[in-house]
Design a protein around this ligand. Structure first.
Ligand code: 13P
Ligand code: SF4
Length: 359
């Protein structure tokens, strides 16, 4: 039955030819990735969505916020399709637009008008959103002089923001924000966490005055599972092991690892190793397994012994891929993701700032 699904996908793809391009995130399961024209991290897939102006349809094997981003960056006549509409991201859901608007208003009470620069030309706060957020959040950021980042360019983006503002409000992922700012030398005391359940956050006004990076309370349910104990165990059992983790992991885990970087950083680090090496990797299992199969000269394993797939990425089953492709063959456009113009215009501004800020 599985083989028949793959035959159906191949046949529909062949009929559609250049009219369709299939993009797949590194965390997609192997049965899906094998049909993708491009496989990459969030940043690479956003760029890929821009670079296929001739494709009538972009089938996005990833999660909802990635498909929205592809819609923002692709042409108006191109349809972006998410094979299963239930493929969301729990982290993206942790930054709700109403909460962010409320936070912004409360920060304005502390800092004064948010669009007025001081005598050094810096505004009080620049909002920075991780790519893993809704288009509405990206639109908010675009309207308020802010920018989007991914895990592969977070540092470059924070430098961009600090050239324009005294502080950064970073959402939704507290860990990426904290890990990146810490690596840039920002002390932890200057990174209070916003708590939407209490007025003016869990932070006192004094904390906020000294703040350099105000963190949101979001996290990735996959990456927060990694622990220092797992790293200790890997080091005890595999002397000489290289531990590489994703910056969505908690700070203590990133500190205990040898290296931290985006999914593409992890892939490149392993590809570049010339000597047979043991790698313990702190990221999603589908990517780790693929790397282990691709580089048999190395020993590559996931830090978490209990399999930890991203459950929403996993919702893109090859059956859905076959279905959307066959619908396209029949002239229909199922599961189209469209961002309305009022949100899309400012969201695109925030994304274009990121694309221009990359080194
Ligand atoms: P990157 O693709 O930027 O490494 O992000 C990982 C992730 O969690 C995507 O949802
Ligand atoms: Fe969201 Fe984490 Fe899954 Fe990425 S891995 S889609 S951040 S839940």
């Amino acid at each position: 039955e599985e083989a028949e699904l793959h035959d159906r996908i191949r046949a529909a793809k062949q009929t559609l030819g250049d009219r369709v391009v299939i993009l797949g995130h590194f965390y997609q399961r192997e049965e899906v990735v094998q049909h993708a024209d491009y496989v990459g991290d969030s940043f690479q897939l956003a760029t890929a969505a821009k670079e296929h102006p001739d494709a009538k349809a972009i089938v996005f094997c990833g999660v909802h916020f990635m498909a929205e981003t592809a819609d923002l960056l692709s042409g108006p006549d191109q349809a972006v399709i998410l094979p299963n509409l239930a493929a969301g991201c729990s982290m993206a859901d942790m930054a709700d637009i109403d909460q962010v608007e409320e936070c912004w208003e409360q920060l304005a009470e502390v800092y004064g008008p948010m669009d007025v620069a001081d005598d050094e030309g810096l505004v009080p706060v620049i909002p920075v959103t991780y790519m893993n957020s809704s288009a509405a959040i990206k639109g908010f950021v675009g309207r308020h002089g802010g920018i989007v980042c991914t895990s592969s360019n977070a540092r470059t983006v924070l430098e961009w923001a600090f050239a324009r503002g005294r502080r950064v409000l970073f959402f939704p992922d507290q860990h990426l924000g904290r890990n990146t700012a810490k690596a840039m030398g920002v002390p932890l005391e200057q990174m209070p966490m916003w708590n939407p359940r209490r007025p003016l956050g869990g932070s006192s006004t004094a904390d906020l005055q000294d703040a350099r990076v105000i963190l949101w309370h979001g996290f990735c349910s996959v990456h927060r599972r990694f622990t220092v104990a797992q790293i200790d165990q890997a080091r005890a059992e595999h002397p000489g092991v290289r531990v590489i983790v994703h910056p969505e992991c908690p700070m203590e885990v990133v500190d205990a690892a040898d290296e931290a970087g985006s999914t593409d950083y992890i892939r490149k680090a392993i590809a570049a190793a010339t000597e047979p090496t043991t790698f313990a990797v702190g990221t999603e299992i589908n990517l780790v397994r693929r790397l282990a199969a691709q580089y048999p000269q190395h020993e590559i394993f996931c830090l978490d012994p209990v399999v930890c797939p991203c459950s929403t990425m996993y919702r893109i089953h090859p059956g859905y891929l076959a279905w959307v492709l066959e619908e396209l063959v029949a002239g229909r456009t199922p599961n189209r993701i469209t961002v309305t113009a009022d949100v899309a215009d400012p969201a695109r501004v925030a994304l274009e700032r990121m694309l221009a800020a990359k080194p």
